[in-house]
Design a protein around this ligand. Structure first.
Ligand SMILES: CC(C)(COP(=O)(O)OP(=O)(O)OC[C@H]1O[C@@H](n2cnc3c(N)ncnc32)[C@H](O)[C@@H]1OP(=O)(O)O)[C@@H](O)C(=O)NCCC(=O)NCCS
Length: 353
């Protein structure tokens, strides 16, 4: 049966960095609190639209795969922060890639969006409905952060990662995948103020979260999803070469790694540099891991995520022979004329005037 294989990878992170010390200038927090509670040291803040970051990541992934946008038959964007609610952000990305007619749609499964996208791509390839899919995880979360809510404002950042998936029939590619959700816990991590529920009474648009509830469920959910993915692939924990978990909190990652019994040296983490970039975090970390030489031909990789919904999911995939990009793209974002902390502060202040 045909299944998705990653043949191209790319990422895009905006240039503006906001450190924990920067945040401490606009709210009652400290580098020490943020670092010890979350592992985050800094995050990126976008001055451009989410679809701009997604498009740059996509062009880099396409170059790595040696393909043109016209070679694709599906553009899928995992995001919870699209440029607009309508149309799907994938349509904006399609236009920015300079193509049309190719199928384009979004997937919203919170921070698990990339795994959900992979699961949908798997189905499309298994049925022969698509052979080349561009799967992007891209988030512009910082406009949703209320600087008067220090429990959430310090945790999230902006960025994008993308992969080109091509259908293949050998040993390589996706070996197992599972996704799930518990909608009874929807209120524990949500954006209030945006959506049809708030049309009659506009209010500040912001992320709100019950951090402890999410934390508890994240560790249990990621462990169970990863165990199921391993069992379905017929892999033992010792077979795993690399674990790429969603980057939400270093303590969640460490606890999940310990419960799974995976050697910490095999775990990819970059939360210190980017914070939680939701659906972008796994393709961003994957792309960095490949470029840093952490992926070898035939590497056995586990992806695992947890997020708003609450949702969860895990996948096993065996890397192919090629670990070098076929080409590179010199596209990039335009320069920013404002400091990252200024972008965040201006946006948050606007709601409180
Ligand atoms: C949010 C999170 C870091 C908080 O850590 P915690 O150890 O649970 O902290 P607590 O909620 O017990 O808060 C402890 C204190 O720190 C304070 N605090 C919260 N945010 C703070 C900040 N940015 N700076 C300083 N103090 C802060 C709280 O007000 C509280 O003070 P109090 O005891 O006087 O009331 C943690 O719960 C978490 O990471 N949860 C998961 C969130 C997540 O990953 N979400 C996305 C999933 S995809």
């Amino acid at each position: 049966m045909l299944r998705p294989t990653i043949t191209g990878w790319g990422r895009c992170t905006p240039e503006s960095i906001v450190t924990n010390d920067d945040l401490a200038t606009v709210m009652d927090t400290s580098d020490e609190w943020i670092t010890t509670r979350s592992g985050i040291k800094e995050r990126r803040v976008s001055h451009v639209e989410n679809s701009d970051m997604a498009t740059v990541a996509a062009l880099r992934a396409l170059a790595a795969a040696g393909l043109e946008p016209t070679d694709l038959d599906y553009i899928m964007v995992a995001t919870a922060t699209p440029d607009r609610f309508i149309p799907a952000m994938a349509c904006h990305v399609q236009a920015k890639l300079g193509v049309n007619a190719i199928a384009a749609s979004d997937v919203n499964a919170g921070c698990t969006g990339f795994i959900y996208g992979l699961s949908l791509a798997n189905g499309l390839m298994a049925t022969g409905a698509a052979r080349r899919i561009l799967l992007i995880g891209s988030e512009r979360l910082t406009p949703y952060l209320d600087l008067e809510r220090r429990d959430t404002a310090v945790l999230f950042g902006d960025g994008a990662g993308a992969v080109v998936l091509e259908a293949a029939g050998g040993e390589e590619g996706l070996r197992s995948i599972n996704v799930g959700a518990n909608g009874t816990l929807a209120g524990s991590l949500t954006v209030e103020g945006a959506g049809s529920s708030w049309m009659e009474e506009p209010m500040p648009v912001r992320v709100v979260m019950d951090g402890r509830e999410v934390f508890r469920n994240a560790v249990v959910g990621m462990e169970a999803a990863a165990h199921k993915a391993l069992a379905d692939a017929g892999w033992a924990v010792e077979d795993v070469d690399l674990l790429i978990p969603h980057q939400a909190n270093i303590r969640i990652i460490d606890a999940t790694t310990k419960r799974l019994g995976i050697d910490p040296d095999k775990v990819v983490t970059n939360i210190d540099s980017y914070g939680n970039t939701s659906a972008a975090s796994i393709p961003l970390a994957l792309s960095e891991a490949v470029d840093q030489g952490r992926v070898a031909p035939g590497s056995k990789i586990v992806l695992v995520a947890f997020g708003a919904g609450l949702t969860w999911g895990a996948a096993t995939l065996q890397w192919g022979d090629r670990i070098r990009p076929l080409g590179t793209s010199d596209v990039g974002l335009p320069a920013s004329d404002r400091a990252g902390i200024q972008i965040m502060a201006d946006r948050s202040r606007a709601w409180h005037q």
